[in-house]
Design a binder for this molecule. Structure first.
Ligand code: NDP
Length: 246
């Protein structure tokens, strides 16, 4: 039977590439979308036209009860989740001087609390079955910090603390927990940055002098989800065009 992979935020730039890659490898792919997302059905239809039969469930990953309800429905209607990719995330960039408590809370809840909210209802099943993969999508800016991202850098760095601690707890049950830290990938989150900032500040920081492609990150996720990656756990894998070389 096909393994079931749940990708949070699977309708976003990176999430879509991950869904497509995993479907091509034979996983049954399930995604979440925000309850406020009115174009979820259009996305499903357009994917279906391209030959992908994804299932999608509304879920506010920042809300504990919404996450529990969503996973319970998936479990009942499709089955227990084998691979969880905590990918949903937001930014609320501004200098610390301008940042308000609401900007901090929104990012911490969506980018960090979500990891607890979504992992909580799937982890016990994985441990019980003796196989599982949890992959947390962090960011290069959680590793090195970034101007205007105290909230985002803190949430993304916190995610890897979670990865390492949970990896220790479930290692003997063949459940792996890893972090992937992409650099700048050409999705709408990054394309929302003004072009002159991309050209003058961001691309010059990347030794490969280009943005990454969502498909490149999806390939790494596919490896971590596979049986071949059974000995990789508690790792934070950078995929950033060489940004750590400097
Ligand atoms: P997008 O903005 O394209 O996608 C983000 C996804 O998150 C959307 O599908 C959105 O769903 C979902 N989402 C946001 N808030 C919630 C919520 N409260 N509940 C449920 N879903 C939610 O971003 P990317 O694809 O670029 O980013 C994906 C992940 O990769 C993020 O965690 C991001 O931080 C990380 N990342 C991205 C990088 C990049 O260069 N693009 C670099 C490093 C890390 P909906 O549209 O339905 O609201």
């Amino acid at each position: 039977m096909a393994r079931i992979a749940l990708v949070t935020g699977g309708m976003g730039g990176l999430g879509e590439a991950i869904c497509i890659k995993l479907a091509a490898l034979g996983y049954q792919v399930v995604t979440t979308y925000s309850p406020s997302n009115t174009s979820a059905n259009d996305w499903l239809v357009s994917m279906e036209r391209q030959g992908y039969n994804f299932r999608a469930y509304p879920c506010d990953v920042a809300d504990y009860d919404s996450a529990q309800e969503c996973v319970a429905r998936i479990r009942q209607e499709i089955g227990a989740i084998d691979v969880l990719i905590n990918n949903a995330g937001i930014t609320r960039d501004m200098s610390f001087k301008k940042m308000q408590k609401a900007d901090w809370d929104a990012v911490m809840r969506t980018d960090l609390d979500s990891v607890f909210n979504m992992t909580k209802p799937v982890c016990d099943d994985m441990v019980e079955r003796g196989w599982g993969r949890i992959i947390n999508i962090s960011s290069v800016n959680g590793q090195k910090g970034a101007f205007g991202q105290t909230n985002y850098s803190a949430a993304k760095a916190g995610m890897h603390g979670f990865t390492k601690a949970l990896a220790l707890e479930v290692a003997r049950k063949a459940v792996t927990v890893n972090t992937v830290s992409p650099g700048y990938i050409g999705t709408k989150m990054v394309m929302a940055i003004p072009r002159e900032v991309l050209d003058s500040k961001i691309i010059p920081q990347i030794p490969m002098a280009r943005l990454g492609q969502p498909e490149e990150v999806a390939g790494l996720i596919a490896y971590l989800a596979s049986d071949e990656a059974a000995f990789v756990t508690g790792a934070n894998i950078a995929i950033n065009g060489g940004q750590h070389i400097y």
